[in-house]
Design a protein around this ligand. Structure first.
Ligand code: BJW
Ligand code: ZN
Length: 252
């Protein structure tokens, strides 16, 4: 039918043409082209920093200054980053589809790109809360003061992210499960697919019979479950797909 594109993309375009509800499940890879380091692989954060020393509650209690400093460092990277063509294409897709973004990322870039419905499974690096009284310190700009802050109750203020061993936010998780079960197709973009229970979301979509497209630089544990896997940069592949879709849809 679409003789000018390869078979894999043809399958995706055919499915897109009959779809209404699309879920994008994203990981650190989608923000890599915005200059935000991924966690695993070459240049990943976990190559330089140990997760057991930084990304769990016990590490925070043991050395709050160190953990806070690490998040300050990452907040600065996030603050100076811009959404890339991957994030922007997903936001543009809202013109044609009901789009739900389910993201493991904490960087706000989907929201800044204009996506309206974003479920953040691992929290948000720009938000914080007191570990004692739970008072929220959302979007407070800590960048001018690198030292850890204390709440008025004396409790330590921590970033509102999900560390290893912690529960994911329940409402966000169940909304994501519902979106995965009720969509027409799901794109899984830029995740190593190693961290649970987030990784259960695409699996639930697949079990419910949804068409699953993976976009990644390399094969992952998900590849064998995907209907189609496209290997390459999200910031290139996603805009290409949208352009190809628009050509057919708008008959140009
Ligand atoms: C590109 C690209 C480009 C690059 N274009 N692609 C043993 C077995 C199974 C599970 C466990 C286990 N032991 C412990 C667990 C549970 C644990 C877990 O899953 N661990 C595994 C790692 C083994 N999970 C948890 O602890 C979770 N909580 C939990 O289970 O609670 C249950 C419970 C609680 C209490 C009591 C009892 C039960 C919580 C997990 C929280 C994860 N948190 C982090 C840090 C967030 C805060 C922060 O940012 O600092 O979340 S870890 C880190 O990994 C971060 C990410 O969101 C998450 C996923 O990473 P992601 O996004 O996949 O990134 P990468 O770097 O791994 O991959 C990037 C990919 O992009 C690669 O594939 C590249 O190829 C690709 N890529 N450039 C396209 N341009
Ligand atoms: Zn407090």
């Amino acid at each position: 039918m679409f003789y000018f594109i390869d078979m894999q993309r043809e399958k995706i375009l055919e499915k897109l043409l009959s779809s209404k509800k699309i879920v994008f499940f994203t990981g650190a890879g989608i923000s890599a082209e915005s200059g935000i380091p991924t966690f695993r692989g070459e240049g990943g954060l976990w190559k330089k920093f140990k997760p057991e020393e930084l990304a769990n509650f016990n590490a925070f209690i043991k050395n709050p200054e160190l953990v806070w400093e690490w998040y300050q460092y990452r907040r600065k990277i996030v603050k100076n980053a811009e959404p890339n063509l991957g994030h922007k294409t997903i936001a543009l897709m809202q013109k044609y589809f009901d789009v739900t973004v389910v993201t493991q990322n904490v960087d706000n870039l989907h929201i800044r790109a204009g996506s309206n419905l974003v479920h953040e499974l691992h929290g948000n690096i720009e938000k914080n809360y007191c570990i004692k009284c739970k008072k929220r310190y959302d979007y407070v700009d800590f960048n001018d003061d690198d030292k850890i802050s204390k709440c008025e109750c004396g409790g330590l203020i921590r970033p509102d992210v999900v560390w290893f061993g912690e529960m994911l936010p329940q409402v966000q998780f169940s909304n994501s499960e519902n979106a995965a079960k009720n969509c027409d197709m799901i794109f899984v973009v830029g995740t190593s697919f190693l961290v649970y229970p987030a990784a259960d979301i695409p699996i639930k979509a697949k079990i419910s019979g949804k068409f699953l497209v993976e976009i990644n630089l390399e094969e992952t544990e998900l590849t064998r479950f995907a209907d189609v896997s496209l290997f390459g940069s999200a910031g290139i592949i996603l805009p290409q797909l949208l352009i190809e879709f628009e050509k057919i849809k708008l008959n140009v």
